[in-house]
Design a protein around this ligand. Structure first.
Ligand SMILES: C[S@@+](CC[C@H](N)C(=O)[O-])C[C@H]1O[C@@H](n2cnc3c(N)ncnc32)[C@H](O)[C@@H]1O
Length: 483
């Protein structure tokens, strides 16, 4: 029976862990949580205090390129692996270990899943349910395949096929940790220059890290607000410790990061409501430019903003670039204590598109600079932003309300339900941003004129004298972020 073999594999894994020196707090258990949709998970069998060790893993038990090739100074395989990005080198290493029945890590490899629900495995039809979510363009299936063929195929690992590579690489994406490298190994690891390792995040610090599979540490599930443990790397051993008291019967959760559900689905193949707070929608600067150039925009009934010519739009885009606020796309979020829903840079781009010629020239010649956020948020910027956000929402094939109805229906296939949750969350982000943009009320005095308008625009803008302007500017010619 499947559950018998699942249990037997778990037991063999636990036995192996103790043989290789992993010390496990007897108060933790590794449980079958399949009925709750979470595979295996770590559960407290008795109460834990805050900062108690759940388990301790010697570095030698970790599966990474250094440990697999420990003691081997050079050699064709190792040399080839060192030329690859980290995630690809680990993929090759795991594939190689997976083909050796006497692999030191065999009982560990046996508990790893054959397949996840991460987006790389979705069919075209399933992906279509994500509608206009930007995540659909970030899966990178074919670029990964090019890498497999270029780097892994020539290694002659016996069984090579692209599906197997995807399987292993997706497990790495969902299970691996980037851990600080040990001192003696410092010279040994690293991807080829110029090739980025975008499967895992690097904290951006100088510390050298190595992508590693850490047996048992990767059996912890995660669920945004339920995080109650974390891994510490400072010691010789890697330690999983509680970060708050945990009661008997509670699951022990790691933290996979503040991921929007789109990315959680892409990388880990699941979503939960607790991640909705991190949902995000991308607004491309190209879409804003085309809205500003394509036709007169009705700002409100009978009042129109004339389109810019392509040359005028280009000039403003170049200025945005010079001012350091041009991005390919801007993330609109759900506001929280650390972050605003609508980024300053997006407001600044709209502001530059909407400035009248005199005030545009003042910025071009560095007589004035982009103002602070409160002054960027003019009534006109708000109205145009509402258009941009609604235009973005219209790119999704269904409405927020239709998605709500669909989500209430029982028996949706798992992937369809997850896709609807993602696209529904993104539409909610857009609706909340519209509410915020509608509250913008800073004066429009520097903004381009609106035909048939009661909006307060050019009448003050054209009279603006330099003294008044100087009150609002920060350093003339100052470049850079507004935050
Ligand atoms: C690091 S592993 C955790 C161990 C995993 N449950 C197992 O049985 O191997 C990450 C994977 O666990 C699953 N997972 C983690 N947290 C989850 C959650 N809150 N709900 C559902 N699945 C979860 C997802 O399949 C994810 O890709």
């Amino acid at each position: 029976m499947e559950s018998d073999s699942f249990q037997a594999t778990t037991e063999a894994f636990l036995e192996w862990l103790s043989k290789i020196g992993v010390r496990i707090n007897p108060k933790m258990t590794l449980k079958d949580l399949k009925s709750e949709g979470r595979g295996r998970g770590v559960v407290a069998a008795a109460d834990f205090e805050e900062d108690e060790v759940v388990f301790c893993i010697p570095r030698t038990a970790v599966l990474n390129v250094n440990n697999v090739f420990a003691g081997q100074d050079s050699g064709a395989s190792k040399e080839a692996l060192l030329q690859m990005p980290n995630w690809l080198a680990l993929t090759a290493t795991m594939m190689s270990e997976g083909q050796q029945s006497d692999s030191r890590w065999a009982p560990y490899l046996a508990v790893l899943p054959q397949k996840l629900d991460s987006l790389v495995f979705w069919s075209e039809e399933e992906l279509a349910e994500l509608q206009a979510s930007s995540v659909a363009k970030k899966i990178g299936r074919s670029s990964a395949e090019e890498m497999f063929t270029k780097h892994i195929s020539p290694l002659g690992l016996g069984e090579f096929n692209v599906e197997l590579c995807h399987q292993v690489a997706s497990v790495i994406m969902a299970y691996a940790f980037d851990i600080p490298e040990e001192e003696p190994a410092k010279q040994e690891n690293g991807g080829a220059e110029g090739e980025t390792d975008d499967l895992v995040s690097d904290d951006g610090e100088d510390e050298k890290t190595i992508l590693s599979m850490i047996p048992l540490a990767d059996m912890l599930n995660a669920d945004a607000e339920r995080n109650n443990a974390r891994i510490y790397y400072e010691n010789e051993d890697l330690e999983m410790r509680t970060i708050k008291p945990i009661m008997a019967g509670e699951e022990i959760f790691n933290d996979y990061g503040q991921l929007p559900r789109s990315d959680l689905l892409r990388r880990y193949g699941y979503v939960t409501e607790n991640y909705a707070q991190y949902d995000v929608v991308e607004i491309s600067s190209a879409s804003i430019k085309s809205l500003m150039t394509e036709k007169p925009q009705e700002i409100q009934s009978g009042q129109f903003l004339d389109p810019l010519t392509s040359a005028e739009a280009e000039e403003r885009v170049a200025l945005a670039d010079r001012e350091g606020i041009l991005e390919d796309s801007y993330d609109v979020n759900i506001a929280n204590a650390e972050e605003r829903a609508i980024p300053d840079e997006l407001l600044a781009l709209l502001y530059l598109f909407l400035l009248d010629n005199e005030n545009l020239e003042a910025i071009v010649t560095s007589q004035s600079a982009l103002p602070s956020r409160s002054k960027l948020a003019t009534e006109l910027v708000g109205k145009v932003l509402v258009k941009v956000l609604r235009h973005r929402e219209a790119e999704y094939a269904t409405t927020l309300e239709e998605d709500e109805k669909l989500l209430q229906a029982a028996n949706l296939p798992r992937r369809t339900a997850m896709a609807i949750q993602v696209r529904h969350g993104e539409k909610r982000v857009l609706r909340l941003a519209v509410e915020e943009a509608m509250k913008f009320e800073a004066a429009n005095k520097r903004m381009r004129p609106i035909r048939g308008s009661a909006l307060n625009t050019a009448k003050n803008g054209s009279n603006l004298n330099n003294k008044r302007r100087a009150e609002e500017v920060s350093k003339p010619g100052k470049k850079g972020r507004l935050r």
